[in-house]
Design a protein around this ligand. Sequence first.
Ligand code: FAD
Length: 392
Amino acid sequence: SKPRVIVVGGGAGGATAARYIAKDSKGEIDVTLIEPTRTYYTCFFSNLYLGGFKEVSDIGHTYGKLAASGVNVVHDWAVGVDRDARTVSLAGGASLPYDKLILSPGIDFVDGAVEGWDLSSQNAMPHAYKAGSQSELLKAQLVAMPEGGTFVMVAPPNPFRCPPGPYERVSMVAHFLKNNNPTAKIIVADPKPKFSKMALFQEGWANHYEGMVDWIGEDFGGGNVSVDPAAMTVSIDGEETKADVCNVIPAMKAGRIAELAGVTDGNWAPVNAADMSSKADPDIHVLGDASQQGDMPKSGFAANSQAKVCANAVRGALTESKVFPAKFSNTCWSLIAANDGVKVGATYEATPEKIAKIDGFISQTGETSDVRKATYEESEGWYTGITTDMLG
Ligand code: FAD
């Protein structure tokens, strides 16, 4: 019988891996993708939806083309992995055998990370760090803010999904408020002393949203936070603020199935850089945000890049096809205001220890509006490219 690959999670890492293995093996490998949702809402560009640059339908993608390209798409949750028997059990009761298992479940939140907040509070104080209904909820709360109201963000500690994500969100929320509620305020409580593309974001906030954003970093007590979702209050370094909207983005860890499979070490799943195989089990590969791989940020671009390396290695192991040396790349674009795009990126190689950075680049402060517009347009091209690369 044919070798069997099971992929858990149909996001940036998992969908790409499933599609490339099915496509390149030309039917020699059975590929099954387990994904509970029928529409994948990309976190990438979900901030642009908050800002009013995208509709929610623009960021939703279905799995029909992936199924038509030969991937067996099963809409269910993986709830267990038996590594000795090499089977994955599903919430619906099925147990599926594999030769190679690829886990790309994204993130879950660390329990108790923000005092006063747990998943049962996510309607009062949304995270919107998994896209879809949470993004729509946060947008509705933003639209409903009273005139001159207060938007509070509780930013996460490192490492977390999409290092520039919270700050792009601040920019997009500010853009929306500038046009709809210009006396409103944004307060960011941050447990970190600095953040990705900080100089670029701070320049952009001063240029476009003067006086609207109050970023409170670690040095000013931004990490000393508790929330009361019933009272809609946030305490930052002992000072209580009444919030009209409170976006709590807690500390993160690998999606729970990685823990259930026993491939995590603390919060993340350590992997070998050459093929993204788990350090705990050579027949399990972990991609994207859930993995602890070295120098790459947790991004959709990175997960897609890792998935292609993994797909090539898995196909090689199962069919003896040629395996190319691992190379990775990443770019994270962020939109600060209309046509004001910035980016940071790098290329990487596999070393025995980790995915190691070779070379990087970053947008500069003071760039012309033409450069910024071109950068934004690149991000539009990237979005179309990656969603097609993932899902066909
Ligand atoms: P995901 O894409 O989250 O996919 C995980 C999938 O696994 C989900 O569909 C989930 O339903 C499924 N799953 C989980 N558990 C199970 C289970 N037990 N059984 C079956 N399925 C399961 N990245 C960029 O590159 N560029 C950007 O501009 C960008 N902007 C962002 C903005 C925001 C606000 C956020 C939050 C993130 C952004 N990212 C961006 C980061 C990007 O979304 C993630 O890094 C990327 O999605 C990671 O891919 P993944 O495959 O690890 O996880």
